[in-house]
Design a protein around this ligand. Structure first.
Ligand code: ZN
Length: 389
């Protein structure tokens, strides 16, 4: 149900991941989070990294905070977005060297950066019945939330996207694997919601990547059914978001050709969530009108106004223009301002990520002013802090 973003027109946030501080060199390396947190150097670096991420988001003036996906190991192209879950679920074992099941057209040819990224997607085999294991999402969220009074959302890979990276040696087919993973994640996410997490973001259904491309065995309708199994019961307890984008590993779009959301929107509209997020910055906002038309008014829409794929920091005026265009088809009480995807998958420095967050809130403030809405306090843009006059 809508709680965090209820009655908050133009709420601002980021998708999730942030670049790691350079001094954060410890990694989980397959350990349960709670075990790693008994090691002095990991605990100190992890908690200090959270403090840095929260400080940056506060100085940028964002409303809703992320833990920056600090649990993710420092590996190639954001492998650990898959790896964190894959290395902790029961029923998975060993490591498979292979490309995984992906609908991407970018990953088939040596000489392409995605070819090398996919080479490092070394993930376990599915060898038995899947169950929760040591995911410990509740621990991870609590350790973050206890460091700030601001609301911290929890985001994690969807079961159906995780399934694309696993080598299935146990279930009869992809559908059975996806459904088993969806049920398992559902139990973990319900425990997280029961522990008080106010906002859960499921990241990347496989729908927009596969509909019309690779949907013979796993149809759009099946992916909707599996996703809704994954989130079953959550909306009675917490606010549920579904994040979508066109790829992030090493800041890449995972397709060679431009892809569009349009064929997937009817499926997205059937997802049992409160908020849908869409890329709008990297695509120049050319599908904003479709989002407004295709998505039922009972759902809120979060648009990316900042690209995770470019190092050029957006101007606040560009951000404001994109928001003004979105407002022509989505009213302010339904519109959330975010980024196309996370900043932390080997794409950019902390400096870039920070000023992109500041551009997001400065641009949103321009529109808030026009609408008579209260503006965010952006400490980073306060001239009193400037060293040069
Ligand atoms: Zn994304």
């Amino acid at each position: 149900m809508l709680t965090v973003s209820k009655d908050r027109p133009l709420l601002t946030t980021i998708t999730g991941s942030l670049p790691r501080p350079q001094w954060f060199v410890e990694n989980l390396k397959g350990r349960p989070f709670s075990l790693a947190m008994t090691e002095l150097s990991f605990r100190e670096q992890y908690c200090d990294a959270l403090a840095a991420h929260f400080s940056d988001q506060e100085r940028a003036g964002l409303d809703l905070f992320s833990d920056g996906d600090a649990r993710c190991d420092c590996d190639v192209g954001g492998r650990s977005w898959f790896g964190y879950a894959a290395e902790r679920l029961r029923g998975l074992e060993g490591h498979h060297v292979g490309r995984g099941r992906t609908a991407s057209s970018r990953d088939k040819v040596a000489g392409d950066i995605m070819f090398e990224v996919l080479e490092t997607r070394v993930l376990p085999n599915v060898v038995g019945e899947v169950s929760r294991g040591d995911l410990q999402y509740t621990h991870v969220w609590k350790v973050a939330q206890r460091q700030t009074r601001r609301t911290v959302k929890f985001g994690a890979i969807s079961a159906q996207m995780l399934a694309t990276g696993l080598n299935n040696l146990y279930y009869p087919g992809r559908r059975e694997l996806i459904m088993a993973l969806s049920q398992t994640m559902n139990a973990e996410l319900n425990a997280l919601a029961d522990a008080g997490c106010p906002l859960i973001q499921i990241e990347e259904p496989a729908i927009h990547g596969m509909v019309g491309v690779d949907d013979k065995e796993v149809s759009g309708d099946f992916l909707v059914e599996a996703f809704n199994r994954e989130v079953r019961g959550l909306r009675q307890k917490t606010e549920v978001w579904c994040h979508t984008c066109w790829g992030n590993p090493a800041a890449q779009r995972t397709e060679t050709k431009r892809r569009y959301y349009r064929d997937a929107l009817a499926y997205f509209d059937k997802l049992d969530v409160d908020v849908l997020t869409f890329e709008a910055a990297d695509n120049g906002g050319d599908e904003l009108e479709s989002f407004g038309k295709a998505i039922d008014p009972s759902k809120k829409i979060a648009i990316g106004v900042i690209s995770h794929r470019t190092l050029q920091v957006e101007r606040p005026e560009e951000v404001a223009n994109l928001i003004r265009r979105a407002l022509k088809v989505i009213p302010p009480e339904r519109l959330i301002i975010s980024t196309d995807c996370g900043f932390g998958r080997q794409g950019m420095s902390r400096l870039h990520a920070f000023y992109k967050m500041v551009a997001l809130t400065r641009g949103t403030n321009m529109v808030r002013r026009e609408l008579g809405l209260p503006e965010a306090d952006v400490l980073a843009a306060d001239p009193k802090g400037a060293l040069l006059g």
